[in-house]
Design a protein around this ligand. Structure first.
Ligand code: GDP
Length: 291
């Protein structure tokens, strides 16, 4: 299945309707980029770059599309590694984000990817606040065929993390994937909770690689970014998983993420199934958007 097969951006018909770059074209392009949730900053900058390039080189037809693709791809490239850093045994992947964005599903998908890669995966059900969360995670663990550490509802997430660290060492797990709460009484509580879990990992698995992936729903567009900024201020995000790219024309939010958060989008979720995840590749994303 293609990365964005179900996504309709409308860029292709727009681009093919223009043979030359004029003011109408640039104005419409800016509007289209903003509508796709690329953000005003990206839209303006991309249009300016394209204008400058046209004045220098006189772009026409297919050259316009290809120059625009280069400009947009460059804006998505982030310093830092787009792949997961899992150098230690065990390594840790903390999954954070508000409820409903696709955290649990993403954990199942990542667990399967890592398992296919020959890794022994242990899930850690540290969202003890939501009744269904650990049951959901159990279903994914069964589906993937990996182990899970869970306590009863209302238990202490820190205790689940503690047990997971010891189980991972005892059983020779390569990666612990941790589900965390998406909502507590207030933002400060949530951030304190995440910091507490992080401290337990640092204490029980000193020197372990820890990836903290923020899961964002592409369809929430610019609103999702406000969440993302709050998490990245306190939780030390190392990457983003952008879910539900299959069902939205708002995938342009990746540009705003690049502009404002300066962390790489590491994976894209493209459906509800276990295999509907792909490493995020800027060039491929832009090509899919424009074609
Ligand atoms: P959580 O509350 O963050 O753990 O979210 P869930 O993993 O329970 O997902 C919430 C809903 O989003 C479920 O119905 C999932 O099937 C759906 N979902 C998750 N990821 C994707 C995706 O990439 N594409 C689509 N279309 N649906 C998704």
């Amino acid at each position: 299945m293609g990365l964005f097969s179900k996504r309709k951006s409308g860029f292709a018909s727009f681009l093919s309707a223009f043979i030359e770059i004029d003011e109408d074209f640039l104005e419409e392009l800016e509007e289209k980029l903003i509508l796709s949730d690329a953000g005003v900053e990206t839209a303006e900058a991309a249009v300016e770059e394209l204008r400058a390039l046209t004045e220098k080189k006189g772009l026409q037809g297919e050259q316009i599309r290809s120059a625009l693709a280069d400009i947009l791809t460059a804006r998505l490239r982030q310093p830092g590694d787009a792949s997961l850093r899992l150098d230690t045994k065990p390594s840790v992947i903390l999954i954070v984000g508000v409820n409903g964005v696709g955290k649990t599903t993403t954990i199942g998908k990542l667990a399967k990817l890592l398992k296919l890669d020959g890794k022994r995966v242990l899930l850690c059900a540290a969202d003890t606040f939501r009744a269904a969360a650990s049951e959901q995670l159990c279903i994914w663990a069964e589906r993937v065929g990996c182990e899970i550490i869970r306590h009863g509802e209302g238990g202490d997430p820190g205790a689940v993390v503690f047990d997971s660290c010891h189980a991972a060492k005892a059983r020779g797990a390569d990666v612990i994937i941790v589900d965390t709460a998406g909502r507590l009484h207030n933002k400060q509580n949530l951030m304190n909770e995440l910091a507490k879990l992080r401290r337990i990992f640092d204490r029980e698995l000193p020197g372990a690689s820890v990836e903290t992936l923020l899961v964002l729903d592409a369809a929430t567009g610019q609103n999702g970014l406000i969440q993302a900024e709050q998490f990245s201020e306190t939780a030390g995000i190392t990457g983003i998983v952008l879910t539900k790219l299959d069902g939205t024309a708002k995938g342009g939010v990746v540009f705003s993420i690049a502009d404002r958060l300066h962390v790489p989008v590491k994976f894209a979720g493209t459906g509800e199934g276990i295999d509907d995840i792909e490493p995020f590749e800027p060039r491929r994303f832009v090509e899919a958007m424009l074609s």
